[in-house]
Design a protein around this ligand. Sequence first.
Ligand code: F6R
Length: 246
Amino acid sequence: MNFTVSPDHAQSCEKVALRICEIVRQKPNAKLGLATGSTPEPVYRRLAQLCKEGAVDFSHVRTVNLDEYWGLAPTHPQSYRYYMDQNLFNHINIDKANTYVADGLADPDRAAAALDEAVFAGGAPDFQLLGIGGNGHIAFNEAGERLSADSHVVALTQSTIDANARFFENAGQVPRKAITMGMKGILAAAEVWLLASGAAKQNAVRGLVEDGAVTTQNPATFLKLHQNAHILIDEALAKLVGLQGG
Ligand code: F6R
């Protein structure tokens, strides 16, 4: 795994945005695996800016998102489809027909199978962007006794529900289930870039830094098995997990 420590999260995000642009310039119809949540928002703002400046052309790019809440319509302000439209797709010249976010209203098993089809159709993603949960989840592959290779329906853990309650009026409104890409889809991407910032992520990120151990209790540790995985954190988090800046 490749660690990059930046002075702040904005600079980590800048590096990711520039890497995405580089990939798209080299391969105009690249397939990008995308994430939602607070962490990547600055990446999307920067991509929108770069697109507006003409520095990158998304017109042939394809995207597939990691996950979607089960039970939320695409028009629901907390759905991940809505998030992607608001944070990125409405601000760049992408063809929305080429963007895939799982259908939160479909039969969940069918929605999961369709997500895997989207991940692998025409080849695995050229790039995967990830955030990380405080419990080490990537996408919604939650920490526990086992992980699923395939995309699947998942019952969110209480810690994830609590963490995401900030986007809703209260924790009771957070959907209990989600459709998520499985570990196989994530690890199939040609390169994986995980962004993390904030003390709440320290235990999960420490598991990436400490040793070579891979454990289902911290799903992000499976990225140690990937040949081209990049972990980008800021100095404050690096200090908390005992990693030197640079
Ligand atoms: C989002 C996703 C999640 C988030 C994680 C961190 O699509 O798959 O794994 O990346 O929950 O969320 P934030 O960035 O809000 O701390």
